[in-house]
Design a protein around this ligand. Structure first.
Ligand code: F1X
Length: 334
């Protein structure tokens, strides 16, 4: 069973303004509301792909009720600790010609509620996977993932960590099963500017040597790279797509990688599937559905097959062949 933890969930309020003139009233041409937060996004895609999972975390107020109702309507298993005071935050995403994000701070979280969450995590069985992803609210210690991996580390649980900067680096000593920074985060950690999968591989290897078993680095429209638990290096491309929405693309990659491993796929195929999931979300309004993911995966496999046959290498075996038309490679992620 996979458990995701979201300390600071959100209502993602997506607006589509055609202008953004500072100091003036701007108008949106459409709005959407989604249940958001990194762990919640991972759970949403896992559920879409029929992988058993439970979304855990802390939730509060009327916005928290919206998040819970939305998840339950989507058939996602939830186990959230309710806060007595405060509202789950609203994160504003301005999509369209202007991609701008304003994320809320979130409610104050009393330590007693964190203890309650930990008591629930205590009941997770050995062999489970715990996905720790997203920022930690400023009212909580910023080495929270480190604290959790120390506390739950001897339970036979696999940890997945997708977090920025120190939060990620602090977690490496506990040897997480899988981490997924993007090329910009890796660049900030090492004071470099890697863009392509080939350029990030040396830094992925450094993170692997520091303790992470599988290091997947997403590189936006260039694709992604993986150093797997055996030290093998893999790279993949991004299926061609037109960017509609960057929110949740990275979380979709985390979910795609875990879903592929859950199906027993090898690491190279799991990397391809992760890339397809990220691109499928980047090309969708909200998170991708299963049909879009499978279409993007088949499109990617065809692309890799073409490249392999031009280079005289062994072709990549696709799962199915129903690729539709997709246009213009472009991607970035939240
Ligand atoms: O403020 P954080 O926790 O860094 O990021 C939260 C967030 O931007 O990340 C998700 C996309 O990955 C969104 O659903 C959500 O609004």
């Amino acid at each position: 069973m996979i458990y995701t933890v979201t300390f600071n969930p959100s209502v993602d309020y997506v607006m589509h303004p055609t202008t953004l003139d500072m100091g003036y009233t701007n108008r949106s041409t459409a709005e959407e509301f989604y249940a958001g937060g990194n762990g919640i996004n991972v759970s949403t895609i896992l559920t879409e792909l029929d992988v058993d999972n439970v979304a855990m975390g802390l939730i509060g107020g009327f916005t928290g009720e919206f998040v819970l109702d939305t998840l339950q309507a989507q058939g996602i298993n939830t186990n959230f600790v309710r806060l007595d005071k405060g509202n789950t935050r609203i994160n504003v995403k301005l999509n369209g010609i202007i991609m701008t994000i304003i994320n809320g701070m979130g409610p104050n979280i009393p330590i007693a509620k964190v203890d309650e969450l930990f008591r629930r995590i205590d009941r997770i069985q050995a062999g489970s996977t715990l996905v720790l992803t997203g920022s930690i609210p400023s009212c909580l210690p910023d080495d929270m993932y480190d604290i959790m991996m120390s506390r739950f580390g001897d339970r036979g649980i696999r940890f997945v960590v997708d977090a920025p900067g120190d939060l990620l680096m602090n977690a490496l000593a506990a040897k997480p099963f899988f981490i997924k920074p993007n090329n910009h985060e890796v660049g900030r950690i090492f004071g470099a500017n890697p863009e392509t999968p080939e350029e990030v591989l040396p830094y992925a290897r450094l993170l692997h040597e520091k303790g992470a078993q599988n290091v997947l680095v997403s590189c936006g429209g260039y694709g992604a790279a993986l150093v797997d638990e055996y030290g093998q290096e893999h790279t993949t491309k991004c299926p061609p797509c037109r960017l509609v929405n960057a929110t949740g693309a990275g979380d979709s990659m985390v979910a795609g990688f875990l879903a592929a491993l859950d199906r027993g796929w090898d690491y190279g195929d799991a990397l391809n599937y992760a890339s397809a999931c990220g691109s499928a979300t980047a090309a969708s309004n909200g998170l991708a559905n299963r049909e879009t993911i499978e279409r993007f995966y088949n499109s990617l496999v065809h692309l890799l097959e073409d490249e392999a046959s031009k280079a005289g290498q062994d072709p990549v075996e696709p799962v199915a062949h129903d690729a539709g038309d997709v246009e213009n490679a472009s991607d970035s992620e939240d």
